[in-house]
Ligand binder design. Structure first.
Ligand code: SAM
Length: 285
């Protein structure tokens, strides 16, 4: 009889997984890391009691957090990834052949090392790509010191608990904005709005101070329980979000990228927000 993994993100609600086999468990310098096998979702990784990624549904989140900003921007060349230790965002970003440089800043080397070993299909060699530079650092320290500028910033962090908390602060958004080229786009993992409505309100109030347009788009990821996850969007160029379907389609076809969830229709539809989220955001103005 396999033991159960109970996700502890929400005190009164949660999902549980049969741990058919525990592959790795440790307290790293920054967080508790566990990797186990589950019959339904394949290999699963959790950090500090919160599900981070699974073999079965990772493509949904990684494709939407990557291809929406990269295909909304007309000509991205440099990308900054914060977090993303499993390598899924880096893998998807590298599919854009026109990119010249991708810098990834991950606080916990152990996450990269363990994911390379136990989730090889997440990174698929991405960490060794000549266009990729991997920096082990706290994301907020990196953007504070960074002299480079990027066209796209993707914050693929844990939830605002523990080391991820700083990546949801005014300071982080302000400093990240300073690392964006004119017309750049920043996107960030922003929680499941039905369960974490404060994250949407806080991000509007905090990120909204530094970008002419701060909005959200959504994606439903089965193992990010509680409904659609919001992905935060920030840019000074409103036309990026309004890129018409035909233009997105042309860019997608020209990129030659193969996807399993993302397509131009999902791209444009993702920016439609449920009425309760619109009402929630109205309270911040
Ligand atoms: N897709 C997941 C989600 O939506 O919750 C996130 C996956 S990824 C594993 C999250 C990564 O953020 C982890 O590798 C973690 O080590 C990293 N991380 C957390 N806080 C960080 C910080 N302050 N700076 C850089 N990386 C951080």
């Amino acid at each position: 009889m396999s033991s159960k993994y109970l996700e502890s993100l929400y005190p009164s609600y949660g999902q549980s997984f049969n741990m058919d086999k525990v592959l790795f468990e440790s307290k790293t310098e920054h967080q508790h890391l566990v990797i186990f096998e589950n019959e339904q979702f394949g290999r699963v990784m959790a950090l500090d009691g919160i599900i981070q990624t699974t073999e079965k549904d990772e493509f949904i989140y990684h494709e939407m957090l990557t291809h929406v900003p990269l295909l909304a921007h007309q000509n991205p060349k440099k990308v900054l990834i914060i977090g993303g230790g499993d390598g899924g965002i880096l893998r998807e970003t590298l599919k854009h052949q026109q990119l010249e440089k991708i810098v990834q800043v991950e606080i916990d080397r152990a996450v990269i090392d363990m994911c390379k070993e136990y989730f090889p299909n997440h990174s698929q060699g991405a960490f060794d790509d000549p266009r990729a530079t991997i920096v082990i650092d706290d994301g907020i320290h990196f953007v504070r010191e960074c002299q480079e500028k990027f066209d796209i910033i993707i914050s693929d962090s844990t939830d605002p608990i523990g080391p991820g908390e700083v990546l949801f602060t005014n300071d982080f958004y302000r400093l990240a904005k300073n690392c964006l080229n004119e017309g750049g786009i920043m996107v960030a993992q922003n929680g499941v709005v039905m369960m974490q409505p404060d994250e949407v309100v806080n991000t509007r109030l905090r990120m909204g101070q530094y970008f002419a347009e701060q909005s959200f788009y959504t994606v439903a990821v089965p193992t990010y329980v509680g409904g659609a996850m919001t992905l935060a969007w920030g840019t000074d160029e409103p036309q990026h979000r309004q890129t018409d379907l035909e233009t997105v389609r042309q860019r997608y076809v020209a990129s030659g990228i193969k996807t399993r969830y993302y397509n131009p229709e999902m791209h444009t539809a993702a920016f439609a927000l449920p009425q309760y989220v619109i009402e929630l955001l109205k309270k911040t103005s």
